[in-house]
Design a binder for this molecule. Structure first.
Ligand code: DGL
Length: 275
């Protein structure tokens, strides 16, 4: 995929990065909403997970990921990882001129689009919860909210093992969610890119009146608005292509990617960062 420039409008691909496979839930939502967009996806599989790393390390990894995409002429970057958004979005935006979107702003806007949202639960990696990025973004937009953050580090491996229907996953989810339900949450933010795969199970476990907000669909809608505002939508009639680059290649990724994308991922390339 090469950068193409028509007049002053950059029609290069959209760049996405994540620590691994999770960001493909965002890619899938974007492909559904914006099928004409070419997508260049970088999964930093050699260094995952990001969710348990320190803020400094995550910022360094995110910087290298963004450079990889910028060097390939992307017209905008989507940080398709909650942990990287939480720790690195401000520094990336300061450093690079290309438009950079994260997954937090869109999720927070979507949660607060409900005027009755008052008690908000957040589940995410330890890194995302510890950053307080969601808690701050919510509190800045609406005063008086009662916010409960719950780190849920066991969920990413359970989703990757495809234990979605395994009783162990229901038990783990209930253990994480019971304290939030007891506190009477009306909204649950799924602040990790793996969690959309758990939505059917979450619906079974949670009371019916709890609203679910996920990073993938909310980010896709936000991206669409931004591309329109910036006049960066792909030309009409373009058939969007997906190119995946990984810092570590494994057969397992292809199996996972098929589940996250709900289709075959196509050819996967080896990425060398910093080159
Ligand atoms: N993609 C990460 C996130 O959304 C979860 C996986 C990881 O810890 O690297 O926070």
């Amino acid at each position: 995929m090469k950068r193409r420039t028509i007049g002053s409008v950059n029609t290069g691909p959209l760049g996405f990065f994540d620590s691994g496979v999770g960001g493909l839930t965002v890619v899938r939502a974007v492909q559904e909403l914006l099928p004409g967009e070419d997508i260049l996806y970088l999964g930093d599989t050699a260094r995952l997970p990001y969710g348990s790393k320190s803020p400094e390390t995550i910022r360094q990894f995110a910087d290298e990921d963004a450079r990889f995409l910028i060097a390939r002429g992307v017209k905008a970057i989507v940080v398709a990882c909650n942990t990287a958004t939480a720790h690195a979005l401000p520094s990336l935006r300061q450093q690079y001129r290309v438009p950079i979107l994260g997954v937090i702003e869109a999720g927070v806007d979507a949660a607060l689009a409900n005027p009755n949202a008052e008690r908000i639960g957040i589940i995410a990696t330890r890194g995302t919860i510890g950053s307080h990025a969601y808690q701050h973004a919510l509190a800045l937009r609406r005063t008086g909210l009662i916010i409960h953050g719950q780190a849920a580090p066991l969920l990413v491996p359970l989703v990757e093992e495809n234990w979605i229907d395994h009783p162990a996953t229901a038990m783990v989810l209930k253990t994480y969610l019971d304290p939030l339900v007891e506190k009477g949450i009306d909204t649950l933010m799924l602040a990790c890119t793996h969690y959309p795969l758990l939505i059917p199970l979450l619906r079974e476990i949670l009371p019916d009146d709890v609203c679910l907000v996920d990073s993938a669909t909310t980010c896709a809608e936000h991206l669409q608005k931004e591309l329109v505002n910036l006049n960066l939508l792909a030309p009409a009639g373009n058939e969007g292509k997906l190119e995946i680059h990984l810092t570590d290649l494994s057969e397992e990724f292809e199996v996972l990617a098929r589940r996250f994308l709900k289709k075959a991922p196509g050819r996967i390339h080896r990425a060398v960062l910093g080159g």
